[in-house]
Write a protein that binds this ligand. Structure first.
Ligand SMILES: Nc1ncnc2c1ncn2[C@@H]1O[C@H](COP(=O)(O)OP(=O)(O)OP(=O)(O)O)[C@@H](O)[C@H]1O
Ligand SMILES: [Mg+2]
Length: 230
């Protein structure tokens, strides 16, 4: 999905926390969104995914308005909610709210292969470990098999195997033709997965560069300044 953000602003009372313009997301690429705590990353992607409203914005998705494409956008929230129900029902939750007919069983099997969640499907999701809950939230975001997948820190709480599985899954989503937006603080993850890197600082886009053009991510001045890579 191609996304054109002409401008997007978010204000809380009279404080502007996001003020971006001219962001061009090109279809079938992986975009890493990086920046310090409080820089506005979640505000930006929550607005793009329609779970929060911008104060002002002009955005098109494949040339269309959000309402026309919302069935083709999914988001894994940074502060996702786990319901007092089975892991399976937690993953399948979005199916209830989708107008599109979804072969959720097929999607579940396809994406679950990346993790070892199958033995846990009938367990109460509140009794899972932190990393297992993150995997549940991630699968929930994938169950509708949308063209645009937005993931807000999807490897939080995960061990090395979990991180590897998520990164393989992200690469697989790209192979499937999807567009992925990934918020992460893990700079190695940016190196391993991203096609483009969008740097956000104090609510503004500092740079959006092709990752292969960042000669050495640790020598990149913007990255050093933003992420305090020492
Ligand atoms: N409901 C709210 N009311 C007031 N201010 C808010 C609210 N939600 C977010 N903010 C402010 O907006 C700014 C951007 O927050 P946001 O969650 O987008 O940051 P972030 O880049 O995702 O940070 P992190 O890396 O910690 O997740 C912060 O200063 C935050 O305090
Ligand atoms: Mg955030």
């Amino acid at each position: 999905m191609n996304i054109k953000i002409k401008y997007a602003k978010k204000r809380y009372d009279d404080k502007i926390v996001l003020d971006v313009e001219n962001i061009d997301i090109k279809s079938n690429n992986i975009y890493a969104v990086v920046g310090m705590n409080g820089s506005g990353k979640s505000t930006l992607i929550n607005g793009m995914a329609g779970v929060e409203e911008f104060s002002e914005c002009s955005i098109t998705y494949d040339g269309k308005q959000f309402e026309e494409v919302k069935d083709n956008i999914s988001l894994m929230l940074q502060n996702f909610y786990i319901f007092n129900d089975t892991v399976r029902n937690n993953i399948l939750l979005p199916v209830k709210y989708s107008k599109k007919k979804i072969d959720f069983q097929k999607n579940l099997e396809k994406y679950m292969k990346f993790f070892n969640l199958e033995p846990l499907l009938d367990k109460n999701a509140r009794k899972l470990s932190g990393g297992e809950k993150t995997k549940t939230a991630l699968l929930r975001a994938l169950i509708r098999n949308t063209d645009l997948v937005i993931l807000d820190e999807p490897t939080n709480n995960m061990d090395v195997d979990g991180i590897k599985a998520v990164e393989e899954l992200i690469m697989y989503l790209k192979e499937e033709g999807k567009t992925v937006i990934l918020i992460t603080h893990n700079i190695m993850q940016v190196e391993r997965t991203a096609d483009y890197v969008l740097f956000i600082d104090k609510g503004r886009v500092v740079e959006c560069v092709e990752r292969k053009n960042i000669k050495n991510i640790f020598d990149n001045l913007s990255l050093k300044e933003i992420l305090k890579v020492l």
